[in-house]
Write a protein that binds this ligand. Structure first.
Ligand code: 6LW
Length: 528
């Protein structure tokens, strides 16, 4: 009887303590919209995460969390032109996969600028910045990470065509000390990449991505007693993938490119990229590659097992760390402040004088530049990510134009050859709203409407398969629809590349010089 009482007490206490310290359930993705190649580190109770940013400026968003589920952006790693030359970077050029580490009181971001400079790392005492100027490292491959070994040696771990390479580097100077050693090619999938090394229980564990960053993506792991190998493959490999029958009907596809982190309570977690497809059985995705989370069971001396069978779901029914949500982002950007929030991005290094928040107080002024969205230039353009399939984006625009080559408005852009532009321009002395499609070499006007004056509200509503475009007079709520366009032509499957759809505000004078200015009073973005 006493034993039974004891067992009941233990069971009750365990259940009670789990409720006290852990909660159940979270939603994937944890960082929605174009946020690929996540890398994570923990310092005390705080987690920090970085994702790729390619041709967008500033570069490499840095996020913070207390529970791995709720994230807030605290800054960017590369905020100065001197750190991030992106001039003429092609779409999906610029910054590839970064890594974020904390060592001896310093944060490190390690990355590659494929459009100029190659591999580098930056340091900071505060991950919100400021970050140092880049220290360039002469290793010619992508996806770098730094591994600090117990004997004091420091290594760059990078991707190579035949497999992962480990190279001793002097972190004070960035000088390469040893030869590049090819250590492991994974289990034979194409493009072994995204390497991270962890030392645990006397083993070097080498985690990598394989299969390419599309539908065959996966994460695999090997281990060795020696950093240079030979690495033994985990019998569970791939430890994460949806490129199999278990993953075939999952809305989340392309999972891979992962990083591991241990929470203070000893639990292990994996962050990785994946994408959410929009059309069942006809695969398209428009939001780019997003950041996902999975629990990992990693027993002492054993192999890590990701969420049981190596697949994940949108609704994860697993215990989490105690939740610590952040205030929800405001729907409206008023352009009242003296700078734009972290969610706003430029395409390549911005030409600063083309933007002002003070010219007309409470409005964002964008001056036209001769560059168009079709070029890989510093277009007059600011944007934020499309983070949900079902959304509404709206802005109030006043455009002071005097020539027919001038235009301003909103755009949905995947890259310079795939964008839907919703603009106003002056034709025959009268302003019109126009919806224009650019899909590869195909380009046409999908809708047009005369408007009164030069002030207009432009609204885009999205769902998984369509974008609808509406305009209204500035002081009315009577919207007319200019057209409905299929989301798939802005998808990565059609447009290619590594980014996701961005919602941009822009102004262009289409190759000619001009003094025209577009003023944006506010911009709303909300999930439906
Ligand atoms: C990145 C590579 C990848 O460098 O995509 O998912 C490339 N994997 O590791 C661009 O993000």
């Amino acid at each position: 009887m006493r034993n039974i009482l004891k067992i009941v007490t233990i069971v009750c206490l365990t259940v009670f303590s789990i409720q006290l310290f852990a909660q159940t359930g979270y939603k994937n993705p944890i960082i929605p919209g174009f946020n690929p190649d996540p890398s994570i580190c923990r310092v005390g109770d705080d987690f920090y995460l970085v994702t790729s940013s390619f041709e967008y400026f500033p570069g490499l968003p840095i996020y913070h969390s207390k529970d791995l589920v709720n994230w807030e952006q605290i800054g960017h790693c590369l905020t100065r032109d001197s750190q991030l030359p992106l001039h003429k970077s092609p779409a999906s050029g610029g910054l590839f996969a970064p890594s974020l580490r904390f060592h001896d009181g310093l944060f490190y971001v390690i990355c590659t600028n494929v459009s100029g400079g190659g591999n580098f790392f930056c340091t900071a005492t505060d991950p919100a910045g400021p970050w140092s100027e880049p220290i360039w490292v002469a290793i010619d491959s992508i996806d770098p990470d730094i591994f600090w070994d117990e004997d004091g040696k420091t290594y760059f771990v990078t991707q190579g065509n035949e497999g992962i390479r480990v190279t001793e580097v002097d972190l004070k100077t960035g000088k390469v000390i040893g030869p590049e050693q090819l250590v492991w090619g994974g289990i034979g999938g194409r493009f072994p990449e995204a390497p991270h090394i962890y030392k645990k229980d006397g083993y070097y564990y080498l985690l990598l991505g394989e299969g390419g960053t599309e539908y065959m993506h996966s994460a695999t792991i090997g281990r060795s007693k020696n950093i240079n190998g030979p690495y033994e493959s985990c019998p569970l490999n791939p430890i994460l993938t949806h490129a199999n029958r278990r993953g075939q009907a999952n809305q989340i596809q392309g999972v891979g490119h992962a990083d591991l982190v241990q929470a203070k309570d000893g639990s292990w977690w994996m962050v990785f990229l994946g994408f959410r497809v929009t059309h069942q059985w006809a695969y398209y995705h428009v939001l780019g590659r997003e950041t996902f989370l999975a629990p990992v069971d990693w027993p002492k001396g054993g192999w890590p097992q990701v969420n049981g069978d190596g697949t994940v779901a949108l609704n994860m029914n697993v215990p989490t760390l105690p939740l610590h949500p952040f205030p929800k982002a405001d729907i409206r950007t008023n352009f009242d402040g003296d700078k734009l929030g972290f969610e706003w991005q430029y395409l390549r290094n911005p030409i600063r004088e083309n933007y002002s928040l003070t010219d007309k107080k409470g409005w964002l002024r964008i001056s036209t530049s001769p560059y168009t969205l079709n070029e890989t230039e510093s277009v007059s353009f600011v944007c934020r990510r499309q983070t949900e399939h079902d959304f509404i984006a709206e802005t109030l625009l006043q455009f002071d134009s005097s020539a027919e080559n001038e235009e301003a408005g909103m755009t949905l852009i995947q890259n310079n050859t795939h964008h839907y532009d919703f603009i106003i321009k002056k034709v025959n002395g009268q302003y019109i709203a126009q919806l224009r499609v650019h899909v590869g070499s195909l380009s046409y006007i999908a809708g047009e409407k005369q408007i009164k004056g030069n002030k207009v509200k432009l609204k885009i509503e999205g769902n998984p398969t369509n974008y609808s475009f509406y305009c209204s007079e500035a002081d009315s709520n009577q919207y007319s629809e200019l057209g409905k366009l299929d989301t798939r032509y802005l998808s990565t499957e059609v447009a290619g590349g590594f980014t996701g759809v961005m919602i941009g505000l822009y102004a262009s004078s289409n190759g000619k010089s001009s003094n025209a200015k577009a003023y944006y009073d506010w911009f709303d973005y909300s999930a439906k």
